[in-house]
Design a protein around this ligand. Structure first.
Ligand SMILES: Cc1ncc(COP(=O)(O)O)c(C=O)c1O
Length: 383
């Protein structure tokens, strides 16, 4: 048989999915691997989708999404993000944040273009770059996981097309402050770049940190591609709905690609998202408090065990360093799964600078987290 796609064959299968699979067969496993909140999707989202199905809305939706939902997203973007996007021309609905990223890569990059990110960073950025022949330039984060602005600046070449930021960040838990964001925006404007802003964790912020969308800053709407999803705020990863806000030309380009590759998103699910967006976000306050407790528990326990660990500012991940144990993150992850039945993602899948790190998700019940920390403690004592 002739050879299949090199680009895809050469990219490894998702380690996170592998962990998922390993854990699925064992009842004793505690998973700190999953990027999925554990609370129930709010009822209005579920009923919105059910009612749409009852009305037999099972046919194709408009490629960019149903007008009612795009209009509601226009309101959300204005009120929450201070982004002035017009629903008719600046917003497009995608299959989750994942496809929002895919559409972004498909519509702005040509082979050989360069994309700059801080590293460690979210795994999909690496593979999408490979699939679209984009040269990914990784700039190592500082030890507190903040971006190295000077190095970012120095990395810009005539081939640089865009900088991508993800704040709050998966896997580090870092959230950019206003000053850092403005410095990045300055680089973008000075070098006539696009800024891709992945904001799927915008609601998961602790200690009073505030989220700023770069598209709301002066002269930035035209050059920013804002990505978001239903997945994390509404604990609705299976709805597979996300969206993009960008200038008219970018959205038109995406619409074309969208038409020929996926022909839109799930139609009844869009009515669920619509009802979710109409809700008051007050429902999330209690949930965020619970995530904050988990964050502090995990951070404090890891610190007590002498891990070198940075207190996360947002999202629901923590990324301890394990240099002192003289094993890689990959070995740690494999051995702790075998010895203690705890699923932890090795750091190396998040880029070139995190081989001796681990990523733990604390989107798990407090009691389970406590037990997971006890098991980790037992494991590291033996190292
Ligand atoms: C930073 C980041 N962007 C995008 C996504 C993809 O989101 P979705 O699950 O809506 O496809 C994720 C999922 O974990 C993520 O962590």
């Amino acid at each position: 048989m002739k050879e299949l796609s090199k680009k895809i064959i050469n990219s490894p299968k998702s380690k996170i999915r592998e962990l998922f699979d390993l854990a699925a067969g064992r009842s004793d496993v505690i998973s700190l691997g999953i990027g999925q909140p554990d609370f129930s999707t709010p009822q209005p989202a579920i009923e919105g989708a059910i009612n749409a199905l009852k009305k037999k809305i099972t046919y194709y939706a408009p490629t960019k999404g149903i007008p009612e939902l795009l209009q509601q997203l226009e309101i959300k973007l204005k009120d929450k993000n201070k982004i002035n996007a017009k629903w008719e021309e600046n917003i497009l609905l995608s299959n989750g944040g994942s496809q929002a990223l895919n559409l972004t890569f498909a519509s702005i990059f040509n082979p050989g273009d360069e994309l700059v990110i801080s590293s460690p960073n979210f795994i999909s950025y690496f593979y999408l770059s490979a699939f679209f022949d984009v040269k990914l330039v990784e700039i190592e984060r500082k030890s507190d996981f903040s971006p190295d602005i000077e190095k970012l600046k120095d990395s810009i070449t005539p081939k640089t097309k865009a900088i991508l930021i993800n704040s709050p960040n998966n896997p580090t838990g870092y959230s950019l402050n206003r000053n850092e964001l403005e410095e990045i925006v300055d680089i973008v404007k000075t070098h006539d770049l696009y800024l891709i802003s992945d904001e799927v964790y915008e609601n998961y912020l602790y200690d009073g940190s505030k989220h700023t969308s770069p598209a709301s800053l002066k002269d930035m709407f035209e050059r920013t591609i804002t990505l978001n999803a239903m997945s994390k705020l509404y604990s609705a990863t299976g709805f597979r709905l996300g969206y993009i806000a960008a200038n008219k030309e970018i959205i038109e380009t995406m619409e074309k690609y969208h038409q020929y590759t996926v022909a839109g998103t799930n139609h009844p699910a869009q009515y669920g998202f619509l009802e979710a967006l109409k809700m008051d976000n007050g429902f999330f306050d209690e949930i965020l408090r619970s995530f904050d407790k988990r964050r502090l528990l995990v951070y404090n326990r890891l610190k007590e065990m002498n891990f070198e660990v940075v207190k996360p500012k947002g999202a629901f991940y923590i990324m301890p360093r394990i240099k002192e144990y003289n094993i890689t993150g990959a070995e740690f992850s494999e051995r702790i799964m075998r010895d203690q039945a705890v699923a932890i993602v090795p750091g190396n899948i998040f880029g070139s600078f995190s081989e001796s790190m681990l990523r733990m998700s604390y989107a798990t019940k407090l009691e389970k987290l406590e037990e997971a920390m006890n098991r980790i403690e037992k494991f590291v004592r033996k190292l």
